[in-house]
Ligand binder design. Structure first.
Ligand code: AQP
Length: 359
């Protein structure tokens, strides 16, 4: 927590007016990447900033979701937020579809964003795959909705994993164009907050792919709700190579990062080391110094213990909260009312700037 908060303090030029917004999709299988890349940072930031955290259910339905599962997964992400330590009284926790300003502002942004901008989005290319013609229009305009999520609160900073950097650049472009077109400074230019030792956690089976909820193999990821046995089993089976654990010789001259050539050669090994560094709140050099030259089996045992130590209490608390859906729903309802009160005037300001009449 202390180290993450130090990362949070890196918000450049931040003022007391800095406002944090971020979201997680209720698409099931919440994993260690979501935790280290996003949720853990959400918790640290609330000590210093006004924070709004959203379960982005409208994003989830850009691909088909079973309705019963969507409801359960929305509660599950909410439970993860609470179990990880987000305080629903000081921060706002809500689900996106309960605040209509998101969808309305997204339409305005659909009319601001250019086709050429969206055509460059790598996430759409990855998610639509070879069957692009069959992808939903929602999946294509997903980044415009994300821009609306952030701008509905005039958020200034967005904590995300590395994979979301391109979408945040698009958010900046949309805000800038909206302001230029209307001649009014309606929207701020948002800054991504990408910090911690594991901003891009990779699959345990293939170090070239990010750990992901939608990857068919459950052994590619550590789910936040996995029990100790399963966590240990997944880490034991995680792909590595036959060489010993790499040591400090793999670091760049400043000792802060893994040199690219080493990273490319042994992505799975460095992924596990980065996870260790993040979970133990240490720089990447620490596990290289500690385990360099030893066997992976020893290192993996220690990593499993650390993962269980970090995730175990969160998983247990999530199970307790998920057994009380009425409480979880009350948190979302309270958050939605507070979020709506903030977003409605921003939407009205945007409509006014465009020239839409309201009575
Ligand atoms: N592997 C990852 N490493 C670090 N951060 C990650 N995030 C996701 N994967 C990793 C961060 O988690 C937050 C919530 O992500 P999301 O719910 O919007 O979904 P996503 O990025 O699409 O996550 P997945 O797991 O990859 O889902 P699928 O498989 O459905 O696409 C974001 O801040 C994200 O950066």
């Amino acid at each position: 927590m202390a180290k993450s908060a130090a990362g949070a303090a890196n918000i450049t030029g931040s003022t007391p007016m800095s406002r944090i917004f971020s979201g997680v999709q209720p698409t099931g299988n919440l994993h260690l990447g979501n935790y280290l890349g996003a949720i853990r940072n959400f918790v640290a930031l609330q000590a210093e900033y006004e924070c709004i955290y959203c379960v982005v259910d409208l994003h989830a339905i850009t691909v088909w979701q079973d309705p019963a599962e969507l409801r359960a997964q929305t509660r599950e992400v909410t439970a993860a937020f609470l179990a990880a330590g987000i305080d629903p009284k000081t921060s706002i926790i809500f689900n996106q579809s309960q605040v209509s300003a998101h969808a309305e502002l997204a339409w305005l942004f659909n009319c601001v964003a250019r086709l050429g901008w969206l055509n460059r989005m790598t996430q759409f290319k990855e998610k639509s795959g070879k069957n692009r013609e069959a992808a939903s229009v929602g999946l294509y305009v997903y980044p415009n909705l994300m821009a609306a999520d952030i701008m509905a609160y005039k958020a200034t900073h967005v904590p995300v994993g590395e994979d979301q950097r391109q979408h945040l650049e698009l958010t900046r472009d949309i805000a800038q164009k909206f302001n230029n077109d209307t001649g009014k400074e309606v929207f701020p230019i948002v800054e991504p907050l990408i910090f911690g030792a594991a901003t891009r956690v990779m699959s345990l089976r293939d170090g070239s792919k990010k750990m992901s909820k939608s990857e068919p193999s459950d052994f590619s990821r550590i789910n936040i709700t996995d029990g100790p046995e399963l966590i240990a089993q997944k880490i034991r089976k995680a792909r590595t190579d036959s060489a010993p654990v790499p040591g400090p010789e793999a670091l760049t001259a400043d000792g802060l990062q893994i040199a690219e050539a080493h990273q490319t050669e042994r992505p799975e090994a460095f992924n596990l080391l980065a996870i260790y560094a993040a979970l133990s709140h240490q720089p990447i050099a620490a596990p290289l110094n500690e385990f360099g030259g030893s066997q992976f089996s020893d290192f993996k045992r220690r990593l499993a213990e650390l993962a269980v130590e970090n995730l175990g209490p969160i998983g247990t608390e999530m199970q307790r909260l998920m057994a009380d859906p009425a409480y979880v729903d009350s948190v979302l309802a309270d958050g939605a009312a507070r979020a709506d009160a903030q977003a409605a005037p921003v939407l009205a300001e945007a409509k006014e700037a465009i020239g839409l009449l309201s009575t």
